[in-house]
Design a binder for this molecule. Structure first.
Ligand SMILES: [Zn+2]
Ligand SMILES: [Zn+2]
Length: 250
């Protein structure tokens, strides 16, 4: 399994950090995890193609996580870009309504053409796609927000938190995981409801006993602080500061 960070930032995009998004490759399957503004460009920069995406998986409906779904669906309609693979869009409760409303706003210009589009809603529980299992868990951010655990047939695991505050569900979902891709919105002296800061992210990592912690979703202020050092106060395992276009083999 290969993880590529597309965007390690938030709604406040900087030259260094784009909005949230990651790609996971498992065998011949490609998963997109979130896709805020700029994600389509980052997929190209990562030498991948949006046409390869089999599963577009969203944690919640905040714009920095979901807006490039519009760009993805529009690009897939353009005849020269016709997709040979079908696309499954997965998200929290409300995903179908979200897509329906978008389709209305864009006057059907994001409707599938030349491929099958399936939309699935989750509110916990898991789906088995053969190449991998996807477990979802409600976390403490916005109503219905999900974190996901991806597990391959040979037992390799990644958990992606999306946006979350400290909660038992994220610790439980990430129990003994190989890679925990965890939001870290702020340095330790700032605490905003619905988000983690560096030390709380370390606490989640320690309590979950993850093997490797990758911190992401940094507001620009994070780049002025020693986020890794602050997180280390709580977690003694391997910590990686995500950067756009970084790849990790799992
Ligand atoms: Zn966010
Ligand atoms: Zn959010």
């Amino acid at each position: 399994m290969k993880l590529t960070i597309l965007g390690s930032g938030t709604a406040i995009v900087t030259a260094r950090r784009g909005s949230s998004g990651s790609l996971i490759k498992i065998d011949d399957k490609t998963l997109l995890l979130d896709g805020g503004s700029g994600t389509m460009r980052k997929i190209a920069e990562a030498s991948s193609s949006f046409k390869e995406i089999d599963y577009a998986i969203y944690t919640h409906f905040h714009p920095d996580h979901v807006t490039d779904l519009i760009s993805l669906l529009f690009a897939l309609r353009i005849p020269s870009n016709h997709k040979s693979k079908d696309l499954t869009v997965i998200g929290p409760t409300g995903m179908k309504k979200f897509h329906r409303e978008l389709a209305k706003v864009f006057d059907d210009y994001i409707d599938p053409r030349g491929y099958e589009l399936t939309i699935k809603e989750l509110s916990g529980g898991y789906l088995d796609f053969g190449n991998f299992k996807l477990t979802s868990s409600l976390i403490n951010h916005h109503e219905g927000s999900l974190a996901y655990r991806v597990e391959t047939k040979d037992g390799k695991t990644i958990v992606y938190s999306g946006d979350t505050d400290y909660c038992e569900n994220i610790v439980d979902l990430a129990r003994d995981v190989d890679v925990l891709l965890l939001e870290c919105s702020y340095p330790k002296h700032i605490k905003v409801d619905g988000h983690l800061n560096s030390t709380l992210a370390g606490k989640v990592a320690r309590e979950s006993n993850c093997k490797k912690l990758i911190l992401t979703h940094f507001y620009p202020i994070c780049d002025d602080y020693d986020i890794l050092g602050e997180c280390r106060e709580e977690f003694s395992g391997e910590i990686v500061i995500a950067e756009d276009l970084m790849t990790i083999d799992v």
